[in-house]
Design a protein around this ligand. Structure first.
Ligand SMILES: NC(=O)c1ccc[n+]([C@@H]2O[C@H](COP(=O)([O-])OP(=O)(O)OC[C@H]3O[C@@H](n4cnc5c(N)ncnc54)[C@H](OP(=O)(O)O)[C@@H]3O)[C@@H](O)[C@H]2O)c1
Length: 340
């Protein structure tokens, strides 16, 4: 039996994931039955629909170029029409109002559709409700792509639950690391930011990266996974630009690297995101701006994790790992409640 997947968001990540699913999903029993963007959706019925989609990926073009594109069809309606068992959500974050992300994710769950997401909005703002609603319906929620996609940070945090985790220090936002590299080379913050956007690295709203919202959301998600009641409001944030361009270059001249550091002190209940100049001996010091690094201070020791965060093609692979877990979850639920 194959499980139907709808992809919500047809940008850098969504397209890569749709291509992976079209290409056989690495042998997983998954079938792509729908794709939604911000303007409409395509429900994939017969082989002709797939041929058109293959052509879009081969020759370039958007979802609206598909002859089956239905303008105005929202992601939840699309998931229902596509008989989706699971939705892969890759839409931009919305930390101020939470919308439309909240309505989409909770709408999917209400219709019995499991969710794997690269978007951090709902897990960062509504973690308890997300987990609670999924559990109440025996649905699966996959979060691996929300933090350091490509490095199993979510698995590490889950694996440390109920341990005595005292502190977490991490570099979780690689866009700011990239911006710092550019500033070190003589560019202004403004130039570095537009280069990051042109390279597809920065969030559409640059404040998410440089004001620390992106790192704060990731810090909240990791802390929640560890079992702490963190919230976005509780994270103190200092902008990257509180290090002047000259200060970034002076730090580099002394062999230091300025990085946006996310830190949680669980004993004090203090959560912070701030730029800091890291020395080479620091486990967070990473020479590659595309790398994330996380140090969990556990009991009398440290667990350190370091590796790639993104880009989009890798994020799509990580979502496929979540989808593999979804398949195992769905099979278990079917065995425990046959006939439902
Ligand atoms: N890129 C990475 O490496 C990476 C890594 C980890 C996590 N993420 C996260 O993954 C998410 C997607 O990233 P991305 O790089 O793929 O972004 P992107 O290229 O900007 O794509 C976003 C897509 O979402 C669609 N969209 C916007 N609002 C929507 C709505 N209400 N309903 C349905 N679709 C909607 C957009 O549709 P239109 O095309 O119609 O505008 C666009 O196709 C973000 O939350 C990001 O933080 C990205």
């Amino acid at each position: 039996v194959a499980y139907n997947v709808v992809v919500v968001g047809h940008g850098l990540v969504g397209r890569e994931l749709a291509r992976l699913l079209l290409g056989g999903a690495l042998g997983l029993p998954l079938r792509l039955t729908g794709i939604a963007s911000s303007r409409g959706a395509v429900i994939l019925g017969g082989p002709g629909d797939l041929v058109h989609l293959h052509r879009i990926y081969r020759e370039g073009g958007g979802l609206e170029d598909h002859p089956g594109f239905r303008e105005g069809l929202g992601p939840v309606e699309a998931a229902v029409l596509a008989n989706a068992h699971v939705a892969a959500v890759a839409i931009p974050p919305s930390y101020v109002t939470g919308e439309p992300n909240r309505s989409i994710v909770f709408g999917l769950l209400e219709h019995g559709v499991s969710v794997v997401t690269a978007d951090k909005t709902v897990p960062a703002l509504d973690y308890d409700r997300l987990v609670g609603e999924a559990e109440a319906r025996n649905l699966y929620v996959g979060l691996r792509a929300t933090v350091a996609a490509g490095t199993p940070a979510v698995d590490a945090a889950r694996g440390l639950r109920l341990r005595e985790v005292r502190r977490l220090r991490a570099v979780l936002n690689t866009t700011t690391s990239y911006i710092v590299e550019q500033v070190e080379e003589g560019h202004s913050y403004r130039e570095a930011l537009s280069q990051a956007r042109a390279a597809g690295l920065a969030e559409p709203d640059p404040a998410l990266d440089t004001l620390g919202l992106d790192a704060a959301a990731k810090l909240v998600i990791l802390s929640r996974l560890l079992g702490f009641h963190a919230s976005m409001d509780a994270v103190e944030r200092e902008p990257l630009e509180s290090f002047s361009e000259d200060a970034v270059r002076a730090a580099a001249a002394r062999g230091l690297k300025v990085r946006m550091v996310a830190e949680a002190d669980y004993a004090r209940g203090r959560y912070r995101v701030y730029p800091d100049a890291l020395a080479p001996g620091d486990p967070l010091y990473a020479s590659d701006p595309g790398e994330a690094a996380i140090v969990f201070e556990v009991e009398d020791s440290q667990v350190t994790l370091r590796g790639p965060a993104g880009p989009a093609w890798r994020t799509a692979r990580v979502m496929l790992t979540d989808l593999a877990d979804y398949v195992a979850h769905a099979r278990l639920v079917e065995r425990l409640s046959p006939g439902e």
